[in-house]
Design a protein around this ligand. Sequence first.
Ligand SMILES: Cc1cc2nc3c(=O)[nH]c(=O)nc-3n(C[C@H](O)[C@H](O)[C@H](O)COP(=O)(O)OP(=O)(O)OC[C@H]3O[C@@H](n4cnc5c(N)ncnc54)[C@H](O)[C@@H]3O)c2cc1C
Length: 459
Amino acid sequence: MSPDLDVAVVGAGMAGLTAAHELRRAGLQVRVFEQQKHVGGRMRSVRHDGYTIDEGAEQVSDQGYRATWELLARLGVPKDHVPSIGTPIGMWRDGRARPGVADRAAVFSGAGLLPRARVDLARFLAWAALHRGEFDCDRPERTPLGAATVREFARRYHPDLHDYLFQPVAGSFFGWDTARSAAAPMVALLLAVGPPAGWRTYHDGMDLLARRLAEGTDVVTGAEVHEVVTENGRARLRVGDDVVTARSVVLSVPAPVAARLHANAPADERAFLSACTFTPTLKVSCLLDRPLAPVSRKPLYILLTPDAEDDVLSAIIVDHVKHPGRAPSGKGLLTLMADPRSIPGLLTAPEQQITDRLVRAATRYVPGLETAGRKHFVHAFAHGLPEATPEALRLRAPFMARGVRPVEYAGDWVMLRPASEGAVRSGTLAASRVLSRLRPPPTAGPPLPASLAAEENLS
Ligand SMILES: Cc1cc2nc3c(=O)[nH]c(=O)nc-3n(C[C@H](O)[C@H](O)[C@H](O)COP(=O)(O)OP(=O)(O)OC[C@H]3O[C@@H](n4cnc5c(N)ncnc54)[C@H](O)[C@@H]3O)c2cc1C
């Protein structure tokens, strides 16, 4: 019996929607199954009373988002729909905000670094410039940093570089513990995206690209996939109470979910899937009756609150500065990001308790916050961001060299890149692997004998 579909995609986040888009363009019959009632995954936005609230991702960048920009251009989204944010990031230190984080001028201004540490920031930037060509976000396992953790790498420099730069950046943007995550993916990503002056956001919510990709794609929402089994070179999925068969499946869900769904995954896949752990994320959106922001001598888009200064929050994002359309005129929208250390104790707490805890912690930086909140939304992702541990880094090369099979994977974790560009890149990669199996190029010649094909898959 012929299968129901050419390709079943599991998950309508950026990775799954990108893969589905590419495969549909190639003429295949594709259906996306999404357990939620909406698309976007960790890049979803919700609308409430004139506010546009980004549940997960907050921004993209001019640089380092090549696949995203290509997709936007193909879908006809003009660049002015992704406007520049253009407001600096600050670091909280010793009772005040220090603007200019991740800016080259921080070598002089400090942006929270002591004078001695600024010299080491200059050393780090010079080293990074020298080795720039050896950092490729698509191959984080091949850099001069090997599998060193962020904390180990930071030991080359003044302790401030860890405490007031690498740790707050890793903790707030990636949800990482610097003792657990590898430095190479982080340095590669920072070099690729460049300073905050180049950061942008989608004008009407971070879900813009997901919504555009979903238009014209066969997406079934509210459809949870419970199991994926491969047999006789095809895949069988249990979707709700139904069974669906497909020539290929793209599992576009976080690695721990993929490992659970694809119980008979080959050993070389399982090792990497198990190593691709995630950290949870937790944030509270505060819909304000006025445009409050952290106290600072210069307006800020984000205030980072390092572990050395705060154990409840990792950052405060000023969404109404990010884009004026995020809040109604005269109102404000702030996002309070929980410190990764405080998340395990809060994740299962009642929403009111989470809100109270984060708002109380934030009033230190934003006086008046406790009385300005009209409504709060809590956003929790148990699988928030891929950790990119040294173990995952070590296992990535063999995983990427595996042969093409009925079940492919997509997701930011495949690239060990905790950003939406990683999800998009992984989606295009998974699509090309599926196509190479279902639509081998005409010049490929006759199929290899099974023994030779197995050898080629190992190379
Ligand atoms: C708090 C936070 C802030 C971030 N900030 C940024 C940022 O500023 N810039 C940036 O570029 N990136 C950012 N990111 C990262 C970015 O959001 C992700 O890299 C990207 O959205 C991941 O896309 P994905 O498709 O790999 O996974 P997901 O978005 O997680 O998509 C997976 C989808 O699969 C669905 N699913 C899961 N299980 C099943 C099942 N059994 N059956 C059917 N469907 C299922 C899920 O509901 C989900 O929709 C942030 C992430 C978080 C959490």
